[in-house]
Design a binder for this molecule. Sequence first.
Ligand code: SAM
Length: 248
Amino acid sequence: SATLYVVATPIGNLADLTERARQVLSAVNLIACEDTRHTQRLLQHLGLRKPMLSVHDHNERDRIQQVMDHLDQGRDIALVSDAGTPLISDPGYPLVQALRQAGHKVVPIPGASAMITALSAAGLPTDRFTFEGFLPHKSSGRKERLRAIVQDTCTLVFYEAKHRILNTLEDMSDVLGDQREAVVARELTKTFESFYRGTLMEIHAQLSSHDDHQKGEFVVMVTGNPAPAPASEIDTERLFKLLLAELP
Ligand code: SAM
Protein backbone atom coordinates (compact mmCIF):
# COMPACT_ATOMS: atom_id res chain seq x y z
CA SER A 1 0.00 0.00 0.00
CA ALA A 2 0.99 3.65 -0.27
CA THR A 3 2.59 6.05 2.23
CA LEU A 4 1.41 8.94 4.39
CA TYR A 5 4.16 11.56 4.59
CA VAL A 6 3.92 13.91 7.58
CA VAL A 7 5.46 17.06 6.14
CA ALA A 8 6.65 20.07 8.18
CA THR A 9 6.13 23.44 6.48
CA PRO A 10 7.60 26.89 7.35
CA ILE A 11 6.43 28.89 10.40
CA GLY A 12 6.65 32.20 8.55
CA ASN A 13 9.62 32.35 6.21
CA LEU A 14 8.85 30.30 3.09
CA ALA A 15 12.57 29.79 2.43
CA ASP A 16 12.53 27.40 5.41
CA LEU A 17 10.68 24.73 3.42
CA THR A 18 13.14 21.87 3.01
CA GLU A 19 14.20 20.43 -0.33
CA ARG A 20 12.77 17.08 0.70
CA ALA A 21 9.40 18.64 1.64
CA ARG A 22 9.28 20.23 -1.81
CA GLN A 23 10.05 16.89 -3.49
CA VAL A 24 7.42 15.02 -1.49
CA LEU A 25 4.72 17.67 -2.03
CA SER A 26 5.31 17.57 -5.76
CA ALA A 27 5.33 13.75 -5.88
CA VAL A 28 2.23 12.84 -3.83
CA ASN A 29 -1.23 12.33 -5.33
CA LEU A 30 -3.14 14.11 -2.59
CA ILE A 31 -2.48 16.62 0.18
CA ALA A 32 -4.36 16.33 3.46
CA CYS A 33 -4.27 19.76 5.07
CA GLU A 34 -5.76 21.80 7.88
CA ASP A 35 -7.07 24.67 5.77
CA THR A 36 -7.21 24.28 1.98
CA ARG A 37 -6.97 28.04 1.31
CA HIS A 38 -3.87 28.35 3.46
CA THR A 39 -2.14 25.35 1.85
CA GLN A 40 -3.22 26.56 -1.59
CA ARG A 41 -0.99 29.62 -1.06
CA LEU A 42 2.00 27.41 -0.25
CA LEU A 43 1.37 25.23 -3.30
CA GLN A 44 1.05 28.31 -5.47
CA HIS A 45 4.42 29.54 -4.17
CA LEU A 46 5.89 26.16 -5.18
CA GLY A 47 4.16 26.21 -8.55
CA LEU A 48 2.19 23.05 -7.73
CA ARG A 49 -1.43 22.06 -8.33
CA LYS A 50 -2.66 19.15 -6.22
CA PRO A 51 -5.98 17.78 -5.03
CA MET A 52 -6.50 18.63 -1.34
CA LEU A 53 -8.53 17.08 1.44
CA SER A 54 -9.21 19.13 4.56
CA VAL A 55 -8.45 17.36 7.83
CA HIS A 56 -9.07 19.50 10.90
CA ASP A 57 -9.98 18.86 14.52
CA HIS A 58 -13.72 18.78 13.76
CA ASN A 59 -13.79 16.26 10.91
CA GLU A 60 -10.59 14.34 11.50
CA ARG A 61 -12.19 11.11 12.65
CA ASP A 62 -14.51 10.96 9.60
CA ARG A 63 -11.62 11.59 7.24
CA ILE A 64 -9.53 8.67 8.49
CA GLN A 65 -11.44 6.08 6.45
CA GLN A 66 -11.18 8.22 3.33
CA VAL A 67 -7.42 8.58 3.76
CA MET A 68 -7.10 4.81 4.31
CA ASP A 69 -9.09 4.12 1.13
CA HIS A 70 -6.79 6.39 -0.88
CA LEU A 71 -3.71 4.64 0.55
CA ASP A 72 -5.18 1.21 -0.20
CA GLN A 73 -5.69 2.32 -3.80
CA GLY A 74 -1.98 3.13 -4.00
CA ARG A 75 -2.16 6.91 -3.67
CA ASP A 76 0.61 8.54 -1.63
CA ILE A 77 -0.60 11.34 0.63
CA ALA A 78 1.16 14.26 2.35
CA LEU A 79 -0.24 15.58 5.63
CA VAL A 80 0.54 19.25 6.30
CA SER A 81 -0.78 21.81 8.79
CA ASP A 82 -1.03 25.58 8.39
CA ALA A 83 2.47 26.08 9.80
CA GLY A 84 5.30 24.04 11.26
CA THR A 85 5.13 20.37 12.15
CA PRO A 86 1.74 18.60 11.99
CA LEU A 87 0.49 17.08 15.28
CA ILE A 88 2.44 19.65 17.34
CA SER A 89 -0.49 21.71 18.70
CA ASP A 90 -2.04 20.93 15.31
CA PRO A 91 -4.37 18.28 13.83
CA GLY A 92 -3.15 14.85 12.76
CA TYR A 93 -2.79 12.71 15.87
CA PRO A 94 -5.95 10.57 15.44
CA LEU A 95 -5.05 10.03 11.77
CA VAL A 96 -1.45 8.97 12.41
CA GLN A 97 -2.49 6.80 15.35
CA ALA A 98 -5.15 5.02 13.26
CA LEU A 99 -2.81 4.51 10.30
CA ARG A 100 -0.06 3.12 12.55
CA GLN A 101 -2.54 0.79 14.21
CA ALA A 102 -3.73 -0.46 10.82
CA GLY A 103 -0.13 -1.10 9.74
CA HIS A 104 0.15 1.66 7.14
CA LYS A 105 3.48 3.26 6.32
CA VAL A 106 3.93 6.71 7.91
CA VAL A 107 7.08 8.69 7.02
CA PRO A 108 8.11 11.96 8.73
CA ILE A 109 9.57 14.81 6.65
CA PRO A 110 11.15 17.04 9.32
CA GLY A 111 11.31 20.83 9.26
CA ALA A 112 10.35 23.87 11.29
CA SER A 113 8.56 23.82 14.62
CA ALA A 114 8.10 27.04 16.61
CA MET A 115 8.98 25.31 19.91
CA ILE A 116 12.42 24.08 18.76
CA THR A 117 13.12 27.28 16.80
CA ALA A 118 12.39 29.38 19.91
CA LEU A 119 14.45 27.19 22.26
CA SER A 120 17.43 27.14 19.89
CA ALA A 121 18.00 30.89 20.24
CA ALA A 122 16.45 31.82 23.62
CA GLY A 123 19.52 31.22 25.78
CA LEU A 124 17.60 29.16 28.35
CA PRO A 125 18.55 25.61 29.39
CA THR A 126 17.54 23.11 26.70
CA ASP A 127 18.87 19.89 28.21
CA ARG A 128 15.45 19.21 29.74
CA PHE A 129 12.22 20.97 28.76
CA THR A 130 8.49 20.44 29.06
CA PHE A 131 6.32 21.36 26.10
CA GLU A 132 2.92 22.50 27.39
CA GLY A 133 1.52 23.86 24.12
CA PHE A 134 -1.53 26.12 24.60
CA LEU A 135 -2.81 26.70 28.13
CA PRO A 136 -6.59 26.71 28.75
CA HIS A 137 -8.27 29.90 27.51
CA LYS A 138 -9.97 30.79 30.79
CA SER A 139 -7.87 32.19 33.61
CA SER A 140 -9.13 29.66 36.19
CA GLY A 141 -8.18 26.68 34.01
CA ARG A 142 -4.90 28.29 33.07
CA LYS A 143 -3.89 28.82 36.69
CA GLU A 144 -4.89 25.28 37.57
CA ARG A 145 -2.60 23.91 34.83
CA LEU A 146 0.24 26.22 35.93
CA ARG A 147 -0.14 25.07 39.56
CA ALA A 148 0.31 21.48 38.37
CA ILE A 149 3.76 22.31 36.95
CA VAL A 150 4.99 24.95 39.41
CA GLN A 151 7.55 22.53 40.92
CA ASP A 152 8.91 21.42 37.53
CA THR A 153 12.67 22.10 37.31
CA CYS A 154 13.00 21.93 33.54
CA THR A 155 12.39 24.77 31.07
CA LEU A 156 8.65 25.21 30.37
CA VAL A 157 7.55 25.97 26.81
CA PHE A 158 4.11 27.35 25.88
CA TYR A 159 2.34 28.56 22.74
CA GLU A 160 0.11 31.61 23.04
CA ALA A 161 -2.10 33.77 20.81
CA LYS A 162 -1.80 37.56 20.68
CA HIS A 163 -5.15 38.31 22.31
CA ARG A 164 -4.25 36.25 25.39
CA ILE A 165 -0.51 36.91 25.75
CA LEU A 166 -0.77 39.62 28.44
CA ASN A 167 -3.35 37.74 30.53
CA THR A 168 -1.29 34.58 30.31
CA LEU A 169 1.88 36.37 31.44
CA GLU A 170 -0.08 37.79 34.39
CA ASP A 171 -1.31 34.35 35.42
CA MET A 172 2.22 32.96 35.03
CA SER A 173 3.54 35.73 37.30
CA ASP A 174 0.85 34.93 39.87
CA VAL A 175 1.36 31.17 39.93
CA LEU A 176 5.00 30.60 38.93
CA GLY A 177 6.28 33.77 40.66
CA ASP A 178 6.87 37.20 39.12
CA GLN A 179 10.65 36.86 39.57
CA ARG A 180 10.89 33.72 37.40
CA GLU A 181 13.23 34.31 34.45
CA ALA A 182 11.67 33.84 31.03
CA VAL A 183 12.09 34.52 27.31
CA VAL A 184 9.24 35.34 24.94
CA ALA A 185 9.85 34.79 21.21
CA ARG A 186 7.56 36.71 18.84
CA GLU A 187 7.14 36.35 15.04
CA LEU A 188 9.94 33.82 14.60
CA THR A 189 11.53 33.77 11.11
CA LYS A 190 9.39 36.78 10.09
CA THR A 191 10.14 40.49 9.57
CA PHE A 192 9.38 41.51 13.15
CA GLU A 193 11.07 38.60 14.91
CA SER A 194 11.81 39.65 18.51
CA PHE A 195 13.03 38.11 21.75
CA TYR A 196 12.00 39.59 25.12
CA ARG A 197 14.02 38.54 28.17
CA GLY A 198 13.79 39.12 31.90
CA THR A 199 11.54 38.14 34.78
CA LEU A 200 7.90 37.38 33.99
CA MET A 201 7.04 40.76 35.47
CA GLU A 202 9.61 42.61 33.32
CA ILE A 203 8.48 40.88 30.14
CA HIS A 204 4.86 41.72 30.90
CA ALA A 205 5.90 45.37 31.26
CA GLN A 206 7.87 45.29 27.97
CA LEU A 207 4.94 43.82 26.03
CA SER A 208 2.47 46.24 27.66
CA SER A 209 4.58 49.26 26.72
CA HIS A 210 3.34 49.34 23.11
CA ASP A 211 0.56 47.58 21.14
CA ASP A 212 3.13 46.54 18.51
CA HIS A 213 4.74 44.17 21.02
CA GLN A 214 1.44 42.27 21.32
CA LYS A 215 1.14 41.55 17.61
CA GLY A 216 1.83 38.24 15.92
CA GLU A 217 2.59 34.76 17.26
CA PHE A 218 4.29 33.90 20.53
CA VAL A 219 6.33 31.17 22.20
CA VAL A 220 6.72 31.67 25.96
CA MET A 221 9.65 29.92 27.64
CA VAL A 222 9.98 29.99 31.43
CA THR A 223 12.95 28.70 33.42
CA GLY A 224 12.22 25.73 35.63
CA ASN A 225 11.67 26.12 39.36
CA PRO A 226 15.15 26.93 40.76
CA ALA A 227 14.27 25.62 44.23
CA PRO A 228 11.46 23.08 44.20
CA ALA A 229 10.11 22.01 47.58
CA PRO A 230 12.30 19.11 48.70
CA ALA A 231 10.52 15.78 48.65
CA SER A 232 11.31 15.23 52.34
CA GLU A 233 9.31 18.34 53.33
CA ILE A 234 6.28 17.18 51.39
CA ASP A 235 6.58 13.71 52.94
CA THR A 236 6.82 15.16 56.45
CA GLU A 237 3.68 17.15 55.90
CA ARG A 238 1.86 14.12 54.56
CA LEU A 239 3.06 11.96 57.44
CA PHE A 240 1.96 14.60 59.93
CA LYS A 241 -1.55 14.66 58.43
CA LEU A 242 -1.75 10.86 58.47
CA LEU A 243 -0.68 10.73 62.11
CA LEU A 244 -3.08 13.50 63.03
CA ALA A 245 -5.94 11.54 61.47
CA GLU A 246 -5.09 8.58 63.69
CA LEU A 247 -5.20 10.60 66.90
CA PRO A 248 -8.29 10.23 69.08
N1 SAM B 1 2.56 23.06 14.40
C1 SAM B 1 3.16 24.32 14.77
C2 SAM B 1 4.62 24.09 15.18
O1 SAM B 1 5.17 23.04 14.84
O2 SAM B 1 5.20 24.95 15.82
C3 SAM B 1 2.36 25.03 15.83
C4 SAM B 1 0.93 25.32 15.46
S1 SAM B 1 0.01 26.17 16.66
C5 SAM B 1 -1.63 26.08 16.05
C6 SAM B 1 0.38 27.85 16.39
C7 SAM B 1 1.17 28.48 17.54
O3 SAM B 1 2.55 28.17 17.39
C8 SAM B 1 1.11 29.99 17.59
O4 SAM B 1 -0.02 30.43 18.33
C9 SAM B 1 2.40 30.35 18.30
O5 SAM B 1 2.26 30.16 19.69
C10 SAM B 1 3.35 29.28 17.74
N2 SAM B 1 3.99 29.79 16.53
C11 SAM B 1 3.82 29.36 15.25
N3 SAM B 1 4.57 30.07 14.40
C12 SAM B 1 5.24 30.98 15.15
C13 SAM B 1 6.18 32.01 14.86
N4 SAM B 1 6.57 32.27 13.60
N5 SAM B 1 6.68 32.75 15.88
C14 SAM B 1 6.30 32.50 17.16
N6 SAM B 1 5.41 31.54 17.49
C15 SAM B 1 4.89 30.79 16.50
